[in-house]
Design a protein around this ligand. Sequence first.
Ligand code: BG6
Length: 608
Amino acid sequence: MCGIVGYTGAKKAAPILIEGLTGLEYRGYDSSGVAVLENGQIKMVKAKGRLKNLVELTDNGERLPGTVGIGHTRWATHGEPSDVNSHPHISKSGRFAVVHNGIIENYLELRDFLIARGYEFVSQTDTEVIAHLIEYYYNGDPVETLRKVMNKLEGSYALGVLSCYAPDTFYAARKDSPLVVGLGEHENFIASDMPAVLKYTRRFLLIDDGEIVAVSPTAASVFNRNREPVEKQPFTVEWDVSAAEKNGYPHFMLKEIYEQPKAVEATLSPRIKNGDIVLDTIAWTEEQMRTFDKINVVACGSAYHAGMIGKYFIEKLCRIPVEIDVASEFRYRAPIVDNRTLTVVISQSGETADTLAGLREAKKLGSRVLSIVNVVGSSIARESDDVLYTWAGPEIAVATTKGYTSQVAALMLLGLKLARVRGTVTQAQFTELLGELQALPDQIRAVLDRNVEQIQYLSSVYFASNDAFFIGRGMDYALALEGALKLKEISYIHAESYAAGELKHGTISLIEKGSLVIAVAVDKRLQDKMRSNIKEVKTRGATVIALAPVGNNLASEVDHVVTLPDCGEDTYPVVAVTALQLLGYYIASARGCDIDKPRNLAKSVTVE
Ligand code: BG6
């Protein structure tokens, strides 16, 4: 997804902007650019491709003068990746430059409006209309001008605006796309996400929808949609810069796989006190917890897969229906939601537009919304009734790992708490399951200690595969979905997941000699059924790698068995997924893929 940075202070702006954009690369992009202001003149450099092109063009920003500027990494939505479609975009007279993250849904109408008034367009982007609109409405007051422009815009945006009339100030505004203001010492910043400027400050203002900011070296003045000043309390980030560094790992993804024991522990342990679960940040009464008669889970990608595990776990324990939707579908199925529905919104970034839209729909329908989010102060967290934070720390790799396992751990904690309050588990069951949750970090460590070598070997044998089929039953099917997504998003191998029992109803026609099948067979209660499904594909020539628990007797039925350490019958997905993450990682590594920044993908898709 696009990244925005802005700087004003005493230092040369361009090097800081480029450095900030480097901190946002993980969001996914295909071009980049910066604009700075010097002696009332806007100077801009932008280029298709990786940031290194911008670095070369500007000698890492040193060639660009000026102490105020804005920068951008673009993830193309309107107009192919190209120099001219890169941001910033300049207004007709060259007096304004704009960077934008989001989608202007009525840009064609605005384009016609402006063309009819003599404006010409050089790009195919929606963003360029904003630059010309600012010029069209400019009346000497940039904040008032932005207010008028925002009233014309439909869609989502986080904006950075440079004006030749303001020697040391730039402007910003947001609706639906993330934006923070970084507060430095006699210098201030904007960014799409905090890691971009964490080197300079830990203090931030969280900008809300409809707000406009005037950023000078000494002040960040926030205004609401009616141009009234808004007082904001600075928010201080606790995690340190090194958390956003690789610390010797070849990729952030591998580092974050190895951080999972700590991430799961940090998510669980503050909430387990004296043998009970205390959901610290949730203001429900126990009475309210008993009134919910249904749970809806809304999420995207891996967060959706985490929600699937949660569905199985919570339905089994709490005996209430748990419906689950991919967020982009939820709104369009006329969901049956009311004030007895608990909507659980899951999002690592807390900024995914589809998920945020699902949250708003659920609230509109009267549901109480609990979000499970990894980024404190993110849009989804701020718009939820309650937040159950995952404490995984910053996750930089696009393909989530510790974010996913922390989400599953949080869902299990939630499910066990609800079951306890609703009286659907005995004290003995509660104590046993709580113990299983507390054992998770060590069980993940055991996978990282014992299974890596074999998985590396298997990756070296099968990395050239063109297709992979992941099959499983029950929670193993939800795991298979996540395993397939991990593999395809970073290795670009066509990988799909099927309910193992469903394979024979069609897809098995694709199985031929040498087809790679990953049989996720960790649930001991379903192992016999899985054995039959393994036989079905083996007799058609498939090569089968099974993921199975200790004591399995699958060795004679498959080509390889990855045997997991002992884990809980109901909590094992948090452990088993580690093996699937490692498989995806090492296969992608063997294929020389850009693991942390896979093509076409973004860490958080802040457009619908
Ligand atoms: C996708 C990411 O864009 O968004 C996935 O590539 C992620 O890894 C999905 O699971 C949802 O993101 P989030 O931040 O809402 O959990």
